[in-house]
Design a protein around this ligand. Structure first.
Ligand SMILES: C[S@@+](CC[C@H](N)C(=O)[O-])C[C@H]1O[C@@H](n2cnc3c(N)ncnc32)[C@H](O)[C@@H]1O
Length: 224
């Protein structure tokens, strides 16, 4: 069982294996969920509690905390940031009562299993994934045919995600979208996340909070 209210503490960075698909979310992409997507679909439901069950170094969970009172964060790998360590797909990893929102950027290859588990744990499930995730016969048969998302919300701008770090100036050829399910709600028309979000939803202190660690410059020894 996962308690609410754990906070991140800084400590030394640990490298996860590549198989865990650690691609930190640019903070503005989570703010776009909170600002543009959820208000359009949750219809009066007040979101007081949220969980990022694959939080990595907290790039998404800490942004959720800017707006949501109770945010829990866990990951199967210990990144040394003080978050709970738990395999989301383990049967024993759950919360009671379910939380209002699960927001996550899951490992791509396990995203279907993450969706199926998340539906049992929250009223609203928000998954940040490549837009290409909407395709695929297996996903159609296991998910989309009987449980289409309440809204599919592609970003108009590119969300650049790199393995292992967030770099504000990075570019990307991959397109991303938020896939949202609201329990009991009918599917709606797609919602495009408008241009300009990257600039307007990036905050001056994001680099200090979430940017990649930069190695100290080497001192040049002179006059030896
Ligand atoms: C794409 S990263 C997202 C990280 C973070 N949520 C963010 O947005 O910056 C995917 C994360 O899933 C985690 N992960 C992979 N398998 C997991 C599992 N079975 N249970 C929990 N977390 C898992 C990885 O360690 C990695 O941190």
């Amino acid at each position: 069982m996962i308690p609410f209210g754990s906070t991140a503490v800084m400590s030394s960075r640990r490298e996860p294996p590549n198989s865990l698909d650690f691609f930190p979310t640019p903070p503005w992409a989570t703010r776009a969920l909170l600002r543009h997507v959820l208000p359009a679909v949750v219809d009066g439901l007040h979101i007081c509690s949220a969980w990022d069950p694959c939080c990595g170094e907290g790039h998404m969970a800490e942004v959720l905390r800017e707006n949501i009172a109770l945010v829990k964060a866990s990951d199967v790998f210990d990144y040394g940031k003080g978050y709970l360590v738990a395999d989301f797909l383990d049967n024993d990893t759950k919360i009671l009562p379910p939380c209002d929102l699960i927001a996550m950027n899951p490992p791509f290859n396990a995203a279907l299993a993450f969706a199926e588990k998340a539906f049992t744990q929250a009223t609203v499930v928000a998954m940040l994934l490549r837009t290409a995730w909407i395709e695929g016969e297996d996903r159609y048969a296991r998910l989309f045919r009987d449980r289409p998302p309440t809204v599919f919300a592609p970003f108009v701008e590119r969300v650049a995600m790199l393995r292992g770090r967030w770099e504000p100036l990075a570019s990307s050829a991959t397109s991303y979208a938020w896939f949202i399910w609201v329990q009991g709600a009918q599917p709606r028309a797609p919602l495009w996340i408008p241009p300009g979000c990257k600039r307007s939803l990036t905050r001056p202190d994001d680099v200090a909070r979430f940017g990649a660690a930069v190695a100290a410059p080497l001192l040049e020894l002179v006059g030896e």
